[in-house]
Design a protein around this ligand. Structure first.
Ligand code: C5P
Ligand code: MG
Length: 193
């Protein structure tokens, strides 16, 4: 069977990962899988044995063990019956990266990493604004400080890892969503899957 094609979508909280993924699935043949969304769903699932553990990590902006996150991703990929995936908000740290490589290297090709680079202050303002209506337990000032810390200390090294492999496309995420998408399209149109 042919391997899955994967684009990882990374960037700080509020950088616009989800927004851009929505635009991409509208115009291209990709399935959008948000690791954060999958974890939030699993947290709500009646009978889940991971609910409390996930909520603890989400509130404190730390990263859920990869066994949980990667199996949610894997299941969603299998169930979709599709081949091309945008995996948003993953891998967020070394544990995520190693777990992915171990479980998925044989079945999935990481074709590119879309890195939405955005000023920290802009990110915080966007999340606080989103917090007014998102109902998310982590779109508040206290959780955001921790999420940004995790991003700087744990996620940036992952982006650097992929940069060394020449897989990173850097997008200027402070622009308007339409402007960012204009840049995203140039990257996707150059991609051969
Ligand atoms: O990407 P998003 O902002 O939705 O992630 C929300 C939270 O979900 C993160 O701060 C983290 O606690 C958790 N998460 C995780 N591992 C991932 C993605 C998200 O633990 N790979
Ligand atoms: Mg998101």
């Amino acid at each position: 069977m042919a391997k899955y094609n994967v684009l990882f979508v990374l960037g700080g909280p509020g950088a616009g990962k989800g927004t851009q993924c929505d635009y991409i699935v509208r115009d291209y043949d990709f399935v959008h899988l948000s690791a954060g969304d999958l974890l939030r769903e699993e947290r709500q699932r009646p009978g889940s044995q991971y609910g409390e553990e996930i909520e603890g990590h989400i509130r404190s902006g730390t990263i859920v063990p990869v066994q949980i996150t990667c199996s949610l991703l894997q299941r969603a990929m299998e169930n979709s019956g599709r081949k091309n995936f945008l995996i948003d908000g993953f891998p967020r740290n070394k544990d995520n990266l190693e777990g992915w490589n171990k479980a998925m290297e044989e079945v999935a090709d990481v074709k590119r990493v879309l890195f939405f680079d955005c000023d920290e202050k802009v990110c915080v303002d966007r999340c606080l604004n989103r917090g007014k209506t998102s109902g998310r337990s982590d779109d508040n000032e206290e959780s955001l400080k921790k999420r940004i810390h995790t991003y700087n200390t744990s996620t940036m090294p992952i982006i650097e890892h992929y940069r060394k492999l020449n897989l990173v496309s850097e997008l200027h995420a402070e622009q308007t969503p339409d402007e960012v998408f204009g840049d995203v399209k140039k990257v996707l149109d150059d991609l051969t899957l």
